[in-house]
Ligand binder design. Structure first.
Ligand code: SDX
Length: 428
C-alpha cells in the first residue's frame, strides 16, 4: 500500500501544514481538513460547493458527463430493468435482491401499507387547503410518535423494519394528503394490489392501467436518490443527533419542499402556465439571463450536473408515452417545455453556465398526467426519495458518525456591555 498522498498548506500565520488526501473510488479525491482545527483556522465553503460532508458508497454522479450510478448501476439500466422496490433494496443493502429476497421484501412492505387512525387524524386536522407537503411532514412526525420507545437504531433488524415501515406507509400518507385536500375520505389499500398499483388506487379509487403503474414505478426510481442533495444532507445532519429516524426523514420533507429543490417540479408547471405560449419564451429567457431580475428558469440548472441530467432525458422520453396513455397526447405544456428547453440551450447565458434541464423540468408534466394538482408533485418526489433518505441514514449508522456541527466565519459585534438603561417589558 503506497503512502497516503498529502498536500502542503501555508497557513495565514505562516506555518505549513500537511493534510492527508483521501482517494475516491470514482470522481474527486478529498483533502481531510480536520487538522486545521489544531491550527486555529477553519475552511470556509458556504453552500458546500467544494466540500464533501461524508463518505458514501450509495450513489455517484459525474456532473460533467451526465452520469448517475446507484451502487455502480447506471440509472438508465435500473429504470429499464428494475422496479422501485428492488432499487430501494439495492440502495439500502448494496446489491439487487434475487427473486426470493425480493418476494420477502415486497411482502414485508405490502403488509405494512395501512396506517393507524392516529396518523389519519393528524392529516385530517389540517385545513383542507393546506399545502400537502406541510401535512406529509406532520404525518412523519406522527410516525415518530407512534414508533419511538422500542427503536434501537444500532440494531440492523430494527433498521430494516423501520425502512419497511417508511417505504410501506409513504404511498398511503401521500394519498391521504391528496384525499384530504379533495375533502374526501382515505381509500384503504387493497392487500392483493402491488405497491404502485395500490398507491394509484388510493389516490383515485380506481385500479390503474398496469402500464400507468409501470410508468409511475419508473418515475419513483428516477427520484430515489442523488448523493448529498439538500434534503439528504438535511436528513444526515438531523439523524446525527441520534434522533428518531422518522423525525429525521420529516426534516428531509422540509428541505425537499423548497422550489430550489424538490418543489421545482411544481414551480416549473406554474412557470409554464405563466409563459403560456411559445411567443413569450424569448421574454422569459431574457429575464432569466438578467442577473438584476430574480426570475430563474425553473427546472434548469444543477449544482452538480454541467451536462444533461440523465433523469430528465429519461422522463422526457416517457412523457409522450404517459400523456398518450392518459389521453393527453396534445398536452400543450409539454410542447411548450420542449420548445423552451431548445431555445434556452441556444442562449449564450445558459450555454456559458452549463445550465441544462434537470429532473424537475419534465417531471411535473408527467405527474400532471396523473390528474394530480401541482401541489402534489413534491410529494411524489418525496415518495421516491424516501428510499434514498433511508439508505443514507442506514449507511451513516453502519459507518459510525459524529454529530454534525459546522463552524462559522464570525463577522458580528466585538465584546461590549449592556447599557445602563435598556427597555423593559411592562409584564415579564
Ligand atoms: C433538484 O442537488 C441535487 O442533486 C438536487 C436534485 C436531487 O435529485 O436531489 O437533483 C433535485 O433539486 C434539482 C434542481 C431543482 N431546482 C430548480 O430547477 C430551480 C432552478 N435552478 C436554480 O435555482 C439552480 O440552478 C440550482 C438551485 C438548482 C443550483 O444552484 P447553484 O448550484 O447554487 O447554482 P448557482 O446559483 O451557482 O448558478 C450558477 C449561475 C448563477 O449565475 P452567475 O452568478 O454565475 O451569473 O447560473 C445561474 C445563477 O444565477 N443560474 C440560473 C439558473 N440556475 C443557475 N439562472 C437562471 N435560471 C436558472 N435556473
Amino acid at each position: 500500500m503506497g503512502d497516503t498522498p498529502r498536500v502542503t498548506l501555508r497557513l495565514p500565520n505562516g506555518e505549513t501544514l500537511e493534510l492527508d488526501v483521501e482517494t475516491a473510488r470514482l470522481g474527486q479525491d478529498v483533502i481531510a481538513i480536520a487538522p486545521l482545527l489544531q491550527h486555529d483556522v477553519f475552511a470556509y465553503d458556504p453552500g458546500f460547493l467544494a466540500t464533501a460532508s461524508c463518505q458514501s458508497a450509495i450513489t455517484y454522479i459525474d456532473g460533467e458527463a451526465g452520469v448517475l450510478l446507484h451502487r455502480g448501476y447506471p440509472i438508465e439500466e435500473l429504470a429499464e430493468h428494475c422496479s422501485y422496490l428492488s432499487v430501494s433494496y439495492l440502495l439500502m443493502h448494496g446489491e439487487l435482491p434475487d427473486q426470493a429476497r425480493l418476494d420477502t421484501y415486497v411482502d414485508d412492505i405490502l403488509q405494512r401499507t395501512p396506517v393507524r387512525d392516529n396518523l389519519k387524524r393528524i392529516v385530517q386536522s389540517f385545513p383542507q387547503d393546506a399545502h400537502p407537503m406541510s401535512i406529509l411532514g406532520a404525518a412523519l412526525y406522527g410516525m415518530a410518535g407512534l414508533y419511538h420507545s422500542e427503536i434501537d437504531i444500532q440494531d440492523e433488524t430494527t433498521r430494516y423494519h423501520i425502512a419497511c415501515q417508511m417505504i410501506a406507509k409513504m404511498p398511503t400518507l401521500v394519498a391521504l394528503c391528496h384525499r384530504h385536500n379533495l375533502g374526501q375520505e382515505l381509500i384503504e389499500p387493497q392487500p392483493e394490489f402491488g405497491y404502485v398499483e395500490n398507491f394509484l388506487y388510493m389516490l383515485s379509487g380506481e385500479r390503474p392501467d398496469p402500464k400507468l403503474a409501470e410508468a409511475v414505478d419508473k418515475l419513483l426510481i428516477l427520484h430515489a436518490d442523488h448523493e448529498q442533495n439538500a434534503s439528504t444532507a438535511t436528513v444526515r445532519v438531523c439523524a446525527s443527533s441520534d434522533t428518531n429516524p422518522f423525525a429525521a426523514l420529516a426534516s428531509g420533507i422540509g428541505s425537499l419542499w423548497g422550489p430550489a429543490h424538490g418543489g421545482a417540479n411544481e414551480a416549473v408547471l406554474n412557470m409554464l402556465e405563466e409563459i403560456g405560449s411559445v411567443d413569450s419564451i424569448e421574454e422569459y429567457i431574457e429575464r432569466a439571463a438578467d442577473s438584476s431580475d430574480p426570475f430563474r428558469l425553473m427546472g434548469f440548472g444543477h449544482r452538480v450536473y454541467k451536462n444533461f441530467d440523465p433523469r430528465a432525458l429519461i422522463i422526457r422520453g416517457r412523457c409522450e408515452e404517459m400523456l398518450a396513455m392518459t389521453g393527453q397526447a396534445d398536452n400543450g405544456l409539454f410542447q411548450l417545455a420542449l420548445r423552451l428547453a431548445e431555445i434556452a440551450r441556444q442562449n449564450d447565458y445558459f450555454i456559458e453556465r452549463n445550465l441544462y434541464p434537470n429532473v424537475d423540468f419534465y417531471s411535473g408534466i408527467i405527474m400532471s398526467a396523473l390528474n394530480l394538482p401541482k401541489t402534489m408533485f413534491p410529494l411524489i418526489f418525496a415518495l421516491g426519495r424516501c428510499a434514498g433518505w433511508l439508505s443514507h441514514w442506514n449507511e451513516m449508522i453502519v459507518q459510525g458518525y459524529r454529530i454534525s456541527r459546522p463552524r462559522q466565519l464570525y463577522v458580528g459585534q466585538e465584546r461590549r456591555s449592556v447599557p445602563a438603561q435598556v427597555g423593559q417589558p411592562k409584564r415579564i
